[in-house]
Design a protein around this ligand. Structure first.
Ligand code: AMP
Ligand code: ZN
Length: 138
């Protein structure tokens, strides 16, 4: 447990939460400041952060829980869309440094703004050079 981490406090019952489901590896609970009502956070019980330091088996398990929560949001809330998001680092908008997935139910006409502002490359060569840099690091 990371004693400074609010999500670790939730896992260990030292902070209240509204739990949706839990198992030996993961917990899903309500986000207290929902983007849309029914917004759920899915976290591992063990403190990992960021995604690049989280074991593959933990990530695989978390994404399975994300899917189950999304299915339940469709069934229970009548959501006709779901956003799944996950931020790493302050510059990416992460506030709580314990890996978590946001699972946000969406509905037609909900007027939520979750739009990325699209950019562009100077040309295809510039895009290809980014691809090459990433490929070389894999
Ligand atoms: P992020 O910006 O991706 O790190 O998101 C952190 C999320 O945690 C935000 O959406 C917060 O509303 C949520 N949050 C912070 N504290 C709590 C808490 N005690 N219980 C539930 N959700 C929380
Ligand atoms: Zn933690």
């Amino acid at each position: 447990m990371n004693t400074d981490c609010i999500f670790c406090k939730i896992v260990h019952g030292k902070m209240p939460s509204s739990i949706v489901c839990e198992d030996e590896k993961a917990m899903a609970f309500m986000d207290i400041a929902p983007v849309a009502k029914g917004h759920v956070l899915v976290i591992p019980r063990v403190h990992y952060d960021p995604i690049t330091a989280t074991p593959d088996d933990v990530l695989a398990h978390l994404i399975g829980v994300v899917k189950q929560v999304a299915q339940a949001q469709v069934k229970a809330l009548g959501a006709n869309g779901i956003n799944v998001s996950q931020a790493n680092g302050r510059c990416a908008g992460q506030l709580v440094p314990h890996i978590h997935f946001h699972v946000i139910p969406r509905s037609d006409g909900d007027n939520k703004q979750m739009k990325w502002v699209s950019g562009s490359y100077a040309d295809n060569d510039e895009m290809a050079s980014y691809a090459e840099n990433i490929r070389a690091a894999l």
